[in-house]
Every structure is written in structure tokens, then in C-alpha cells.
Design a protein around this ligand. Structure first.
Ligand SMILES: Nc1ncnc2c1ncn2[C@@H]1O[C@H](COP(=O)(O)OP(=O)(O)O)[C@@H](O)[C@H]1O
Ligand SMILES: O=C(O)C1=C[C@@H](OP(=O)(O)O)[C@@H](O)[C@H](O)C1
Ligand SMILES: [Mg+2]
Length: 166
């Protein structure tokens, strides 16, 4: 089995995933990193040159590959569940955990970040709210949801470990 972290951009999937893997003595993988390795391109370049649809295709390919393996903590990208079938892939070999945060916290975390192509818009806070509302039905499908707003990484990791031990 794997542990899949899902949730909106900036909720801390990559950061928490690494810390969780260390704590649980599991391997760590990030779908975005796998996509960069596979294509030899940065995420923003793929969106710009090939488009989101092509990005989603590659995202599902690397998800299938990692789902064949076990004992990984997998940080997904925030849009992984927008592709039909990806929920079933993860569910078939893993537990799915959503990281959540307020739009304001996400804005603060990502305001100087230029690696999220979907947030390269004029009104970032409005776009965060709009996209988060649109995707909320996907994020609540997880087995467990943990709030990360104004919480340190080790506290979030401990809450997830407690849930997994139940
Ligand atoms: N709980 C937290 N509190 C404060 N900052 C955080 C927290 N979790 C993540 N961050 C910061 O937010 C930014 C985005 O985190 P990241 O792990 O890349 O999120 P994601 O993979 O969900 O997009 C990073 O700069 C990270 O250090
Ligand atoms: O929410 C999204 O659709 C995306 C989230 C990003 O990952 P993070 O959630 O790690 O930022 C990355 O996969 C891509 O920019 C698309
Ligand atoms: Mg990430």
C-alpha cells in the first residue's frame, strides 16, 4: 500500500510528504518531480508549451507507475483528481489523505512562487477561492482530511500518523 497526499496547491503535500515518509520510514515520491524527470521539462514549461491536457495525461502515467509500487508516501499535484479514474487508481493500492488550508494561508505561502502555472493570473486570491470551491467535491473524497492552516509540519505529520495507527 501507499499513502497518497492530495489537496489544493500550497497545502503542503510535498513538504509534509517528505517529513511523513521520514517519520514512517517509507520512501517518498512527488508526482510533479516524476513528470519533470520523465519529460525533461519544468511544470510551467509543460503547461505553456504542451497545455494542461497533455500535463494531465503524463500525470496519470506516472501515477499508474508509482501505484504499482508499495511503501511510498506520494505527494500528488493539486489537480490529480480532476482526471477521471485517478481516484480509483490511488484507492486500489493506498490510503488517500487530503491536506487543507484557508485561501489566505495558501496565498501567503505561494505569493512569491512562480512554479504554479494555474495561479499566474491577475487576481490570485480570487482564483484560489474559485478553484478551491470547484475542486472541493474531489478533495472530500479522501479517507481523512487534515487542516494545515497555521500549523507546523511536525504537528500535521503527527496527526496523520495517529490516524494511520487507528
Ligand atoms: N504548514 C505549513 N505552514 C507554513 N508554510 C507551509 C506549510 N506547509 C507548506 N508550507 C510552505 O508552503 C509552500 C508550498 O508547500 P508545498 O509543500 O510545495 O505544497 P504543495 O505541494 O501542496 O503545493 C512551501 O514554501 C512550504 O514551505
Ligand atoms: O492544482 C493543480 O492543478 C496543479 C498543482 C501543482 O502541484 P502542487 O499541488 O504540488 O502545487 C502541479 O501539479 C500543477 O501546477 C497543477
Ligand atoms: Mg507539491
Amino acid at each position: 500500500m501507499n499513502i497518497y497526499l492530495i489537496g489544493f496547491m500550497g497545502t503542503g503535500k510535498t513538504t509534509v510528504g517528505k517529513a511523513l515518509a521520514l517519520k514512517l520510514n517509507k520512501k517518498f515520491s512527488d508526482l510533479d518531480d516524476l513528470i519533470v524527470e520523465k519529460t525533461g521539462k519544468q511544470i510551467v514549461e509543460i503547461f505553456r508549451e504542451d497545455g494542461e491536457e497533455e500535463f494531465r495525461k503524463i500525470e496519470t502515467e506516472v501515477l499508474k507507475d508509482i501505484n504499482e509500487k508499495d511503501n511510498f508516501v506520494v505527494a500528488t499535484g493539486g489537480g490529480v483528481l480532476t482526471t477521471e479514474g485517478n481516484y480509483e487508481i490511488m484507492k486500489s493500492n493506498g490510503v488517500i489523505i487530503t491536506l487543507a488550508a484557508s485561501p489566505e494561508a495558501i496565498y501567503e505561502r505561494l505569493r512569491n512562487d512562480e512554479t504554479r502555472p494555474l495561479l499566474m493570473v491577475d487576481n490570485v486570491i480570487d482564483e484560489i477561492k474559485r478553484l478551491m470551491f470547484e475542486r472541493a467535491p474531489l478533495y472530500i473524497k479522501a479517507d481523512y482530511i487534515v487542516d494545515t492552516t497555521e500549523r507546523p509540519i511536525d504537528e500535521i505529520v503527527n496527526e496523520i500518523v495517529e490516524y494511520l495507527n487507528e
